[in-house]
Design a protein around this ligand. Structure first.
Ligand code: HEM
Ligand code: HEM
Length: 200
């Protein structure tokens, strides 16, 4: 099954656990530095924001490499069984006859939404580096037209609010007592092999 290239009993390998927590810390710092000034808490947020953004971009690149060449891409890609599972959960019907899977429909849905949103933020954010002066390069906004910059800023801002919503939702479900085995797996590695199929 999904544990073909993992040690038995290990749900998340060390590299994936390190990625998750580096990415989580980066996302939280990025959201806080972007949104706290809007709430009136003023500080020099730009240098912390862009350097953390560069760290997140590198982490995501590493993750995509691992996902394609080391882990099993199919474990996280939503398919027809996931649609069936989501539909049955909404209707309150049992799902125990569905094909077992490492991630359930809701985890795959969350991953897809978070991945699309973070990739949009990374692409627009890296482009926005042309707008600032650092010790490594000079600002050069003339590389794009004003109209194009407008689209980039709207996408970056809207995606950050979508990500804030997704992160709150994710942390709420991650700390529920009935999901404790998955939280332990993301910290220590050991945990259930399947989220759909035989949870208990
Ligand atoms: C197109 C880009 C991406 C692809 C192809 C991809 C693919 C995957 C795959 C295949 C897994 C399952 C690995 C396994 O359990 O064996 C996974 C897990 C995960 N992904 Fe992604 N992902 C992408 C983007 C992202 C982004 C942008 C984030 C950040 C929000 C992210 C965060 C995670 C996390 C935290 C896990 C769980 C860690 C693990 O056990 O591997 N992914 N991803
Ligand atoms: C700091 C609070 C956080 C906690 C307690 C937490 C907890 C977890 C846990 C327990 C899992 C593993 C679920 C499993 O084994 O299947 C997981 C996976 C994942 N986390 Fe987090 N996480 C946090 C922050 C974040 C942030 C900020 C992001 C970025 C958007 C994120 C993105 C993901 C993704 C994409 C996955 C894979 C899909 C899934 O399993 O739901 N996490 N997280």
């Amino acid at each position: 099954m999904s544990e073909r290239n993992a040690q038995p009993g290990i749900r998340h390998k060390l590299a994936e656990r390190l990625f998750h927590w580096v990415m989580a810390a980066a996302v939280i710092v990025l959201l806080a530095t972007a949104l706290l000034p809007i709430l009136g808490i003023r500080f020099g947020w730009v240098p912390i924001h862009w350097t953390t953004g560069v760290v997140l971009s590198a982490a995501v690149l590493f993750h995509i490499f691992r996902a394609v060449f080391v882990n099993r891409l199919a474990d996280m890609v939503p398919g027809p069984t996931d649609l069936r599972e989501a539909g049955r959960v909404v209707l309150g019907r049992p799902t125990n006859d569905l094909r077992p899977a490492k991630y359930d429909a809701f985890q795959k849905g969350f991953h897809t939404a978070a991945a699309v949103t973070v990739l949009a933020l990374v692409a627009t954010g890296l482009t926005m580096l042309y707008k600032i002066d650092t010790s490594f390069w000079r600002r050069d906004p003339a590389v794009l037209s004003d109209a194009t910059w407008g689209y980039i800023y709207v996408i970056h801002g809207a995606a950050s609010l979508v990500l804030l919503f997704l992160v709150i939702l994710h942390i709420y479900f991650a700390i529920l007592p009935e999901h404790r085995a998955f939280l332990r797996a993301m910290i220590a590695g050991r945990g259930p092999g399947l989220a759909r199929g035989d949870k208990h």
